[in-house]
Write a protein that binds this ligand. Structure first.
Ligand SMILES: Nc1ncnc2c1ncn2[C@@H]1O[C@H](COP(=O)(O)OP(=O)(O)OP(=O)(O)O)[C@@H](O)[C@H]1O
Ligand SMILES: [Mg+2]
Length: 472
């Protein structure tokens, strides 16, 4: 596969930095102050990967990437850059893209898929509450309750609240205070539209990799915590479900814009898990590029794994900014011709220090280049263009209809109705002499056995489960 020419040395007029597709799974970093060209660099790399038949998933936090699906033109800075590279208007072209997010294809998962760890993280639970969340999943597992959408988990919480005493012998104490806190936090997220995260049809990873499209996830209206959780889940799922990629052949590249949102407030154990996943996911043929203003936004253990680097200009007014510049400068392999620390402060818009890995995985000495212009349009799609793009999408039929299978919410509602009916019958007739049922059986009716454990797969899932190996 052809190397991707990243930039051009303005002095020699030669292409002088290249990204090798076989090294993309060694991950990357694009950083720089606001307005310095990070998103344009990302856009160009995504276009180039797409041309080489590599699937990409790009998070779009400002809604400024949908123009990838339209041919470029009409931007003075870009056309100036085109001439610098000796290109003309015939270079502009649109890319095939799928839009995910509100008003497009819903990207959903289920509480079961997400698992108690990430749910706890999403709800910012303390240790006691987290322990209880694990227990709720165990209860659902034992009773064969499917947790597929938002109301299923709420029904489970309500169920545990109501039958605390009956659940005690089998599952131990359920603290009403902790349960109340979980419920409050859950409901608080719901009012901010988080329920869109859950439901069926859930995302199938094969749909991201199967076709030669750029998958754009519109995360502009997503709460940061939901954004973070969804992406962590995605990483865990990819790691867990993709087979080893023998020769490390590249399958998918993820571009996480505003990457600091992934790591803000991430507790240490989860951060370590993410570090692990980033390290291991390479073997699945998945590359991850982080885009952020300040490299110090990214945990050190992850930063150290990002082999391909594009550094746009940084400001250095405050001591914190100066530290960031020093750190960024030091992260490059030295090129005696370039004083990296000074250069970082001088770079123009769309200019960058670049160092990618060579074919042996060794970073090449840093180069100062003008980044290649993108072929797609910088301005976003208008409503009509969006509509048109959605209509032509082969995945629309599959994902835009919401499915509401019978799951915990319906199961528990049905169970209650049956229990009330039984209580009614019992009240109306004299007590027969029969073996006393256990408290749990009594309160749950026959439901536990009839729903049984028909679900073949383990329900207590999640990031930590994924990493501890053999879940299936
Ligand atoms: N490689 C380039 N070629 C031509 N013009 C560019 C290039 N990179 C950036 N520009 C110009 O600079 C503008 C800002 O770039 P961009 O949106 O990528 O900044 P950013 O670093 O992502 O900013 P923010 O942090 O605010 O998201 C673009 O709209 C474009 O006009
Ligand atoms: Mg940007």
């Amino acid at each position: 596969m052809d190397p991707i020419p990243v930039g051009l040395d303005p002095d020699s007029g030669q292409i002088s930095a290249q990204l090798l597709p076989q090294m993309v799974s060694r991950h990357g970093l694009i950083c720089g102050a606001t307005g310095t060209g990070k998103t344009v660099t990302l856009r160009y790399l995504v276009e180039q990967l797409n041309q080489r038949g590599i699937a990409t998933l790009v998070t779009d936090l400002k809604g400024d990437l949908t123009g990838l699906a339209a041919a470029g033109g009409g931007n003075a800075k870009v056309s100036e850059r085109l001439s610098l590279f000796g290109l003309d208007n015939t270079y502009y072209h649109a890319c095939p893209a799928s839009l995910w997010g509100p008003g497009a294809l819903p990207m959903r998962t289920t509480p079961t898929e997400l698992g108690p760890e990430l749910l706890g993280q999403m709800l910012n639970l303390n240790d006691n509450q987290q322990g209880l969340m694990q227990l709720l999943f165990r209860i659902a597992d034992q009773l064969g309750l499917l947790l597929l959408d938002w109301k299923d988990l709420l029904a489970l919480i309500n169920f545990a609240e109501r039958y605390r005493k009956e659940l005690l012998p089998e599952f131990g104490t359920i603290s009403p205070a902790s349960l109340g806190a979980i419920k409050r936090k859950y409901l608080a997220l719901e009012t901010r539209g988080a329920e869109d995260l859950f439901g069926e049809p859930a995302l199938e990873l094969t749909d991201l990799i199967g076709d030669n499209r750029i998958h754009l996830l519109d995360a502009s209206s997503m709460q940061p915590v939901i954004y973070g959780i969804l992406l962590l889940w995605l990483l865990a799922e990819l790691y867990e479900n993709l087979p080893e990629s023998g020769d490390n052949a590249l399958r998918l590249v993820l571009f996480f814009d505003e990457a600091h949102l992934l790591f803000d407030d991430l507790p240490a154990p989860l951060r370590e898990q993410v570090e692990q996943i980033i390290k291991l996911i390479r073997s699945r043929g998945v590359g991850v590029f982080f885009i952020t203003q300040n490299p110090m936004d990214i945990p050190e253990g992850i930063l150290a794994q990002l082999g391909n680097r594009v550094q746009h200009a940084l400001r250095a007014y405050t001591p914190n900014e100066q530290r960031a510049v020093k750190a960024a400068a030091k992260s490059f392999r030295v090129n005696p011709d370039i004083d990296t620390e000074t250069a970082i402060g001088q770079l123009a818009v769309g200019e960058a220090l670049v160092s990618c890995l060579d074919k042996d995985g060794v970073p090449v000495p840093v180069e100062r280049v003008f980044i290649h212009p993108p072929a797609s349009r910088l301005s976003p799609l208008d409503d009509a263009e969006r509509q048109q793009l959605m209509q032509g999408n082969p995945l629309a039929g599959k994902y835009t209809q919401t499915m509401d299978r019978e799951s915990a919410f319906e199961q528990l509602r049905e169970r209650r109705a049956r229990m009330e009916e039984q209580a009614q019958v019992k009240a109306e007739r004299p007590k027969p002499a029969r073996k006393p049922a256990s408290a749990l059986e009594k309160s749950l009716g026959r439901a536990a056995s009839s729903f049984g454990r028909q679900i073949g797969k383990e329900l207590v899932r999640g990031l930590l489960g994924a990493l501890s190996g053999g879940r299936r």
